[in-house]
Write a protein that binds this ligand. Structure first.
Ligand code: ZN
Length: 295
């Protein structure tokens, strides 16, 4: 049912411009990543939760700006990486998509067990400046929502509430995925802070709201009431920028000497894009041409 809906993100403000709000439904993109990388459910949940944050952080950027989130925990799935831009486009992967599959004591997918409970979250933003922006925080729970809440308050000095969720079906496909970020701007009264904390405490999970058919806009309303304005709505999609030309460039960069030994082996080379799992093949004849360019 939900898979027929376009993945979307809405961005707005609430409570007299004292709150910034973001909400996204990312079900289709999360399912596409699951299929592309042939992931087990805990990896799907970890990548899907990180991707939901990635899309919303992407919506905080503008123009050609982009960002990379790396969750480097000590768990069996290895690092979780997503790369997002301001146009609702994202790609991502985990190192070991089939390394872990377990539920926790609450019967839910054990994301912290897959990601690990110690390590770091690194965020790199290319804002078109000389040096990229870099922010890092230690992993505090491994469930990711809490970790990104911590990231925003510590690394970006913006008190925030991050809620993300992925619901996986018994056949491992993605039923629902999405997220919500509320950021507190300066000037919010103590009374409103208390009101917001109470609303957050009694909020249903993101996947529960999506399962009930709520839109991203409905999720915001659930938390802040009617007093909000949507400034932008965007379609979300999985998009990788790899190509035969790009991978050719990677091959050329290994140098003429290495390329000659590949030609001598006389075998077709397979290169796989980490981000989207597309495979690119280079025959010895094609490598000969690339070797000419390597000089
Ligand atoms: Zn790719």
């Amino acid at each position: 049912m939900s898979k027929d809906l376009q993945d979307i993100l809405v961005r707005g403000t609430a409570w007299n411009n004292k709150l910034r709000v973001f909400a996204a439904r990312t079900t289709n993109v999360t399912e596409e990543m699951r299929v592309r990388h042939d992931m087990f459910p805990t990896a799907t949940a970890a990548l899907g939760r990180t991707a939901a944050v990635g899309f919303m952080m992407g919506a905080m950027l503008k123009g050609e700006e982009r960002l990379v989130i790396q969750v480097k925990g000590d768990g069996p799935i290895g690092q979780v990486v997503v790369n997002a831009n301001a146009k609702g486009e994202l790609r991502g992967y985990v190192d070991n998509p089939r390394a872990h599959h377990a539920t926790n004591q609450y019967g839910k997918l054990d994301v912290a067990g897959a990601v690990g409970t110690s390590g770091f979250i690194h965020v790199t933003k290319d804002l078109g400046l000389k040096e990229p922006y870099r922010g890092s925080v230690p992993i505090i729970s491994g469930e990711l929502g809490e970790d990104f809440t911590y990231y925003f308050s510590v690394s970006e000095q913006t008190p925030s509430c991050v809620a993300v969720g992925v619901l996986v079906d018994s056949d491992n496909s993605v039923l629902q995925a999405g997220g919500l970020i509320i950021q507190v701007l300066p000037g919010l009264s103590d009374q409103d802070i208390t009101k917001l904390e109470e609303a957050i405490a009694s909020m249903p999970s993101v996947t529960q709201m999506l399962s009930e058919g709520k839109t991203p806009e409905d999720m915001i309303a659930q938390l802040v009431g009617d007093d909000f304005t949507i400034h932008e709505q965007m379609d979300l999609k999985f998009k990788c920028n790899c190509s035969y030309e790009r991978l050719s460039g990677t091959l050329i960069s290994v140098g003429a000497h290495e390329l000659q030994s590949m030609i001598d082996d006389n075998e077709t080379i397979e290169l796989v894009c980490h981000y989207c799992n597309e495979k690119y093949y280079f025959t010895p004849e094609q490598i000969k041409i690339l070797k000419e360019q390597a000089r």
